[in-house]
Design a protein around this ligand. Structure first.
Ligand SMILES: C[S@@+](CC[C@H](N)C(=O)[O-])C[C@H]1O[C@@H](n2cnc3c(N)ncnc32)[C@H](O)[C@@H]1O
Length: 242
C-alpha cells in the first residue's frame, strides 16, 4: 500500500431490514411497489424499491436524523402493535408501515393511527386498502373511551403529533393507558400550539421535560428539530418497568 490518503468507505446503514440510511438520507423499502404516497422519490437498492423518507415532512424522520444516538432505536420493533396519535394524511405512517409491516403485512405488525380530521381519515382509509395491519381511526386523542377498545393490550411504542394545545397532558394520559412498562413514547411538541406565557421557547421546552420527569418517565433525549421543523422538539420518553 502506498502512503496516499485512504478514503473512508461510507456505505449505507441498515436501521432495520426495511429502513436504510444512505449518507444523510433515509429510505424505506416500499410495501406497495410502484406507488409513491406523497410525491417522494422511488429508487432501487439491490433490486428492491425504496421510498425517500422526507425529514421536512415527517418529525419521526427528522428526529432520527437529528438523534445523537442510534436512530434505529427510535423505531418500534418490526411486527409489533403500535399507536400513532395525530396521523395526519399518513406521511410518517406510510414509512412506519414499510418498516413495521412490510409488503402485505408479512411481518405481522399492527399500526393503529388516530386522527380527528375526516379529511385525514379519507386518505388513511385509502392507504389502508393496500396495507393490511394499518388501522385508521377517526377519533379524538383526548377521548380514549371512544376508540381505546381497539387496543386491549398495552403497546411497546406510541407516537404523538397532534399540534394542539395541551399536548403534554394528552400524551401523558395516552402513555398511562396504552404504553407498556419499558415502552418507548415519542412526543412531537410544537411550541406555538401551547398557550404562550411569554417565558420563551427554551423555557417552555424545559418545563415540558420537567413535567414528563415528574410524571415518572425517563427522558433519555430531547431532539431539536429546527431546520426540518422549526419550533418543534421531539421528546423521547421511556416508561419505567413496573
Ligand atoms: C402535524 S399534523 C400530523 C402529521 C403527521 N404526524 C405526519 O407526520 O405525517 C397534526 C394532526 O393532528 C390531528 N389532531 C389535532 N388534534 C387532534 C386530536 N385531539 N386528536 C386526534 N388528532 C388530532 C390533526 O387533524 C392533524 O392531522
Amino acid at each position: 500500500m502506498g502512503g496516499g490518503k485512504q478514503r473512508r468507505q461510507r456505505g449505507p446503514r441498515h436501521l432495520s431490514p426495511a429502513v436504510r440510511l444512505e449518507r444523510r438520507t433515509l429510505w424505506t423499502q416500499n410495501a406497495v411497489t410502484g406507488k409513491a404516497v406523497y410525491g417522494e422519490s422511488l429508487r432501487k437498492f439491490s433490486g428492491k424499491e425504496h421510498r425517500r423518507w422526507d425529514p421536512t415532512r415527517s418529525k419521526l424522520a427528522a428526529g432520527m436524523l437529528r438523534s445523537k444516538h442510534d436512530p434505529g432505536l427510535l423505531l418500534p420493533e418490526q411486527g409489533t402493535t403500535v399507536l400513532y396519535l395525530g396521523a395526519g394524511h399518513g406521511t410518517s405512517v406510510s414509512h412506519l408501515y414499510d418498516h413495521l409491516c412490510g409488503n402485505n403485512n408479512r411481518f405481522g405488525g399492527r399500526l393503529v393511527c388516530v386522527d380527528i380530521a375526516p379529511r385525514c381519515l379519507r386518505d388513511l382509509t385509502f392507504m389502508a386498502k393496500q396495507r393490511p395491519g394499518l388501522v385508521p381511526v377517526l377519533g379524538d386523542a383526548r377521548q380514549h373511551g371512544a376508540w381505546g377498545v381497539l387496543l386491549p393490550t398495552k403497546v411497546p411504542w406510541l407516537f404523538q403529533d397532534v399540534a394542539q394545545a395541551g399536548q403534554v397532558e394528552i400524551f401523558l394520559s395516552a402513555c398511562q393507558r396504552f404504553l407498556q412498562p419499558g415502552g418507548l413514547g415519542l412526543l412531537s411538541l410544537k411550541a406555538a400550539s401551547e398557550r404562550w406565557t411569554g417565558e420563551g421557547e427554551a423555557a417552555l421546552f424545559s418545563s415540558v421535560e420537567q413535567r414528563l420527569l415528574q410524571a415518572g418517565y425517563a427522558v433519555p433525549e430531547v431532539i431539536e428539530l429546527t431546520g426540518y421543523e422549526d419550533n418543534h422538539r421531539l421528546f423521547v420518553v421511556e416508561k419505567m418497568e413496573a
